[in-house]
Design a protein. Structure first.
Length: 166
């Protein structure tokens, strides 16, 4: 019913005993199970950094990751995905690949994809590659499409001719 492990046995009695006890007491199956955990799939993307509603930041924020702002930021923000919560207020320039605005921004918005939800309030210019504005969103400013809106020196899609000097 119970068997002792090979470690405690002084010596095997015969070849028949060794072969019958080797399989049940072998520790070989345990080793691959541990290594399976070490060789797991690539790590999942970390969750967004969240700036809570009671947080007030004065200064610029820059990350290659994602940020969700629920509080107040007085400064520029640069991120991969930037989500502005309904309770958030940003006073400064916002630059991100994806910008989802549910709250208030006073300043310029630059993004490849910019989305203003029905609760958004934006006072400033929006420079984008694609934009979506839901019904109910409040927006005061200009909208300009650029192929590379993340680059401040980029020109707009339609090139304008300069006025000749006389």
């Amino acid at each position: 019913m119970f068997s002792k492990s090979k470690i405690n046995d002084p010596a095997p009695k015969s070849d028949a005993d060794t072969s019958s006890t080797a399989a049940p007491s072998s520790s070989a199956p345990a080793a691959p199970k541990q290594s399976e955990f070490k060789a797991s799939a690539p790590k999942a993307k970390p969750p967004a950094s969240v700036l809570s509603s009671d947080l007030h930041i004065t200064g610029n924020l820059k990350t290659t990751g994602d940020i969700q702002v629920e509080g107040t930021v007085e400064g520029d923000i640069r991120a991969h995905l930037l989500t502005i919560g309904e309770t958030a207020t940003i006073k400064g320039e916002v630059i991100a690949d994806d910008v989802v605005i549910n709250g208030r921004i006073v300043g310029r918005v630059r993004g490849l994809k910019v989305r203003l939800t029905s609760t958004a309030r934006v006072e400033g210019d929006i420079i984008h590659k694609t934009i979506a504005i839901e019904s109910g969103a409040h927006f005061e400013g200009s909208v300009q499409r650029q192929d590379d809106p993340l680059n401040p020196g980029a020109k707009s899609a339609p090139a304008q001719k300069p006025n000749p000097a006389s």
